[in-house]
Write a protein that binds this ligand. Structure first.
Ligand SMILES: [Mg+2]
Length: 226
């Protein structure tokens, strides 16, 4: 049997990062500027596209707050808040979204892959932590051009040329990457997204064939069950 190829974005799709990455952005800004940014404001930047990389977004917020800090210094602070000593970092506030058995069921008819803006090792730490089934992972360090460029999806298609391919993501940059690769895109607009209807509208406008709230809705749909 030829398996289909189901590619997931990681953050916001497989992992709820509202209290990890997004909190790290807020704390990084606070550290360098004493200023605060709301989750809604962070979402507004994400909705613009071009801010898939949280380091780049942090730099932008710090600049907007009138501070001049070099990129390496920002990244170092961000990473130290996120990872901590390995046990006390904000990364530990990540939550795994797929319910028991979901991925195993999808894996019966699909090769499972991830195309993420994380480094591959950072994605693999999280997969191990949550005892995820096997995924083919393409990280930001595996591609020449990060999202919204299509490189990661093109690479996966070349490695698994057979079957139907789909990409699931939660941002405008994910949708643009899929469109540039010619891959059907399924939008995820998590229930806790600030101004969720706006994100649904944006993902549709960027070509999503449908927008769902949560990956756990996938098994309810016959087309994914093979
Ligand atoms: Mg994401």
């Amino acid at each position: 049997m030829v398996k289909d190829l189901l590619v997931f974005d990681m953050d916001g799709v497989l992992v709820d990062v509202s209290d990890s990455y997004r909190e790290t952005i807020q704390q990084t800004l606070l550290h360098f500027t004493g200023k605060e940014v709301t989750r809604q404001q962070i979402q507004d930047y994400k909705n613009q596209g071009g801010y898939n990389d949280d380091w780049v977004l942090s730099k932008r917020l710090i600049e907007d707050a009138g501070a001049d800090v070099d990129f390496e210094t920002i990244v170092a602070k961000f990473q130290s808040l996120f990872h901590g000593n390995g046990e006390d970092g904000l990364m530990n506030r990540e939550r795994w979204i797929p319910g028991p058995g979901l991925l195993e069921e999808l894996a019966e008819t699909n090769t499972l892959a991830i195309f993420t803006g994380r480094f591959r090792w950072e994605a693999e730490v999280t997969l191990r932590k949550f005892n995820a089934p096997p995924f083919v992972v393409v990280g930001v360090d595996d591609v020449k051009n990060p999202k919204p460029a299509p490189d990661g999806l093109v690479q996966l298609r070349a490695r698994f040329p057979q079957g139907v391919m789909r990409y699931l993501g939660d941002t405008v940059d994910d949708a643009r990457s899929a469109a540039a690769a010619g891959v059907p895109f399924i939008g995820i607009a998590p229930g806790n997204t600030p101004d969720r209807p706006r994100l649904v509208e944006l993902l549709r406008a960027e070509g999503a064939i449908e927008v769902i709230e949560n990956v756990n809705e996938l098994v309810l749909r016959e087309q994914y069950a093979g």
